[in-house]
Design a protein around this ligand. Structure first.
Ligand code: FES
Ligand SMILES: [Fe+2]
Length: 348
């Protein structure tokens, strides 16, 4: 393997999404005991459901018989049953029953991949194994999510762009005062600045040098062995009622190379009566405003060509963007090297 081939493999891995990671795939309420839920993760179709005890299960969305999507079927005694000819597969990917054919040899065979799955803060997370990390490490969630002083809402959206653009966008606070200039909460602050980047305990912080607390002025990324998220804060206008800052926590999931699912928890430090009034106000009024802002991001990113990075010209403000890319490339390199090593051992 030449250095060029290896570089291409690393780039491909970054573009498809890192393995060895937990990714949120949907809201908890979307996975039911009555109906399977199909989605995509790193280019693979997967199906999720809850078994008899309410436990989440996740396998490839592929019927071992002839490949029909299991997500078109139904949940039957805690397993998933294919709509096409009724084959029943369990949460370990083993064929349990072939109802159309007595004593069929397929029964008892492990036929499709199964995935580890867990739930945290109203979202379902699936672990994509890597060669160097086949078993799932612990999923690390942001501290404030287990803090009673905070209350929040999860919103998700599917964007027709590569996930890297969503991460780049989050590592780029300077777009706030331009792209979102017309918005309720993001219309403040100066339109010129410099950026600075600092290392933190578990990642980095990218921030505007000239202002803080006026607009979307900084983002922090936390990078753990098996997951990565970011958070930022937006000043809330007095019209949004009592309570502290508004924090957005973001996770980005590569569905495939051209599609991304974003997960944003909109959190506010607000307790007691104020919490109820904020939650009401959020639903009645603020949520729509936040959606409008998110739409501005979506439209912009979907309009960018897939290979924009081949022609882009970065400047000082893109420190965060460069840092994110460096993190992804390093992790992809480690994964590709582990895979090449395994292949060479297997070939000996
Ligand atoms: S394809 Fe699923 S049962 Fe035939
Ligand atoms: Fe934005």
């Amino acid at each position: 393997m030449t250095a060029i081939d290896k570089k291409a493999l690393i780039e491909k891995r970054v573009n498809e999404g890192l393995r060895g990671q937990w990714y949120p795939v949907c809201k908890s309420v979307e996975v039911k005991a009555s109906r399977p839920y199909g989605t995509k993760l790193l280019g693979d179709k997967i199906v999720l459901w809850r078994d008899g005890s309410g436990k989440l299960r996740c396998i490839e969305d592929f019927c071992p018989h002839r490949g029909a999507p299991l997500s078109y079927g139904e949940v039957h005694e805690g397993h998933v049953a294919c709509r096409y000819h009724g084959v029943v597969v369990n949460g370990d990917g083993v064929v349990v029953r072939v109802p159309a054919m007595p004593e069929c040899a397929l029964e008892g065979r492990k036929a499709v991949k199964s995935f580890e799955v867990t739930e945290a803060n109203d979202a379902v997370f699936v672990y994509v194994p890597s060669v160097d990390r086949p078993e799932a490490p612990e999923l690390v969630m942001p501290d404030v999510m287990s803090d009673d002083a905070w209350s929040g809402f999860l919103c998700t959206s599917v964007w027709e762009s590569n996930y890297r653009y969503a991460l780049d966008n989050l590592a780029d606070p300077m777009h706030g005062c331009y792209l979102h200039a017309e918005s309720f909460t993001l219309a403040y602050g100066s339109k010129q600045d410099l950026m600075k980047l600092d290392k933190t305990d578990n990642g980095f912080r990218i921030e505007r040098v000239g202002q803080t607390g006026e607009n979307f002025d900084w983002t922090e990324f936390e990078v753990y062995p098996a997951d990565m998220f970011c958070f930022l804060e937006i000043p809330y206008p007095p019209a949004a009622g009592p309570g502290g800052v508004f924090r957005i926590i973001g996770f980005v999931t590569p569905m495939d190379e051209h599609t991304t699912k974003v997960f944003f928890w909109r959190m506010r430090q607000v307790e007691g009566m104020a919490r109820e009034s904020w939650r009401f106000l959020y639903r009645a009024k603020m949520e729509k405003t936040h959606w409008d802002v998110l739409e501005q991001d979506r439209v912009m990113l979907e309009g960018m060509p897939d290979d924009a990075r081949k022609r882009e010209m970065l400047y000082q403000h893109d420190l965060g963007v460069s840092r994110i890319r460096q993190i992804l490339t390093r992790a992809a390199k480690a994964q590709v090297e582990a895979e090449l090593k395994q292949d060479s051992v297997a070939a000996e």
